[in-house]
Ligand binder design. Structure first.
Ligand code: SF4
Length: 345
């Protein structure tokens, strides 16, 4: 590859989101990526919603809580985040001295985008005494306006850690917020945001599958709508759903969350059957288009050239990280997720 091709790709990075360079189709990308991991002392953290080949090459695969705990504890010099933008930002806030790479900067999140910080600031001003709890699926700037972050794994523990006489604002996911209202009995003030993937499941098609497979259990992520959650046999975070399929005696599961997690479910329980909950049209809308922007080629290119990198203003890191640290402390005290000193797998 010529230096000029690289210079052009770097110049275009803002508009493309990734280093748009040709990759030799004969390259063994698994071997090359493993080589780069060693040479650069890099760790690959991958979310469960990534393509299966990316999950297979990652050093750690997890949901938002596990990934942020790994990002906080790793000894690697470079964190390569195979996930979406807010996750890589969280890793940068937790490890500001490390280089954090994201294969495609345009791997965003509809939920994070549904809560623009300038609008949220005005919303927050209407409830000046409220404690702000934000789902970790939000921008770095929103985290600066947040008292405590949470993930779907620890959200109940976080809400319950707040004194009963305190008002609580919950942002940005209204479905998770409604679920938390039910679980904790607290009257949360909700921001009206949603995730495009978890909103799209077809209740009618799921009901038909349940009739056809009466032995199957419906398992759902709390970002799904309340009407779907009411039908579910089990509700849990991504890692909670994975664990449930391993521990429960059912042989068939209808999975109402992003379909990428099914790869780990099949690896963990090869004799069980997993049916992805269908969306309400014919597209692959139960796959997150943002997560799927990452590919093996983009992963290889970003590790080879150490770009695109996540850069955050210092004030955002300083103010935003407090809400994540608080979340990790409460999670650890509640015995949730990984311990801070656990080494990457
Ligand atoms: S699945 Fe939903 S919440 Fe997760 S990254 Fe995609 S859009 Fe965001």
């Amino acid at each position: 590859m010529s230096n000029s091709a690289l210079a052009i790709a770097q110049k275009n990075l803002e508009s493309t989101g990734w280093l748009d360079l040709e990759v030799d189709p004969t390259l063994d990308l698994v071997e090359e990526i493993n080589k780069l991991k060693k040479e650069r002392n890099a760790i690959i953290l991958a979310h469960y919603y990534q393509e299966s080949e990316i999950q297979d090459i990652a050093d750690y695969i997890g949901d938002s809580l596990g990934l942020s705990q790994k990002a906080a504890s790793t000894e690697a010099d470079i964190i390569v985040f195979a996930g979406v933008h807010f996750m890589a930002e969280t890793a940068k806030m937790l490890s500001p001295s490390k280089k954090v790479l994201l294969p495609d900067l345009k791997a965003g999140c509809s939920l994070a985008d549904s809560c623009p910080p300038h609008l949220f600031r005005a919303f927050k001003a209407q409830h000046p005494d409220a404690v702000v709890v934000s789902y970790i699926n939000c921008t770095a700037e929103l985290k600066t306006l947040t008292d405590i972050c949470c993930t779907s794994t620890n959200s109940v523990a976080i809400i319950e850690s707040i004194p009963k006489d305190k008002e609580i604002i919950f942002a940005p996911d209204r479905n998770l917020g409604a679920y938390l209202r039910k679980q904790t009995g607290r009257d949360l003030i909700l921001w009206n945001g949603t995730c495009m993937v978890h909103e799209i499941f077809s209740h009618e098609k799921i009901t038909k599958i349940m009739v056809r497979h009466p032995e199957a259990k419906l398992i759902a992520h709390p970002e799904c709508e309340a009407a779907l959650l009411e039908k579910a046999h089990f509700i849990g975070s991504t890692s909670g759903l994975l664990r449930f399929t391993q521990e429960d005696e059912a042989e068939t599961f209808i999975v109402a969350t992003e379909a990428g997690i099914i790869h780990q479910m099949e690896l963990a329980s090869p004799d069980k059957t997993f049916i992805p909950a269908p969306p309400n049209n014919m597209c692959a809308c139960n796959e997150c288009p943002h997560m799927k922007r990452n590919t093996m080629e983009k992963l290889y290119l970003c590790m080879k050239h150490e770009e695109p990198e996540i850069i955050l203003p210092e004030w955002v890191i300083e103010q935003g990280v407090k809400s994540i640290d608080r979340m990790l402390e409460i999670s650890e005290a509640a015995g949730l997720g990984l311990k801070k000193d656990e080494e990457p797998d």
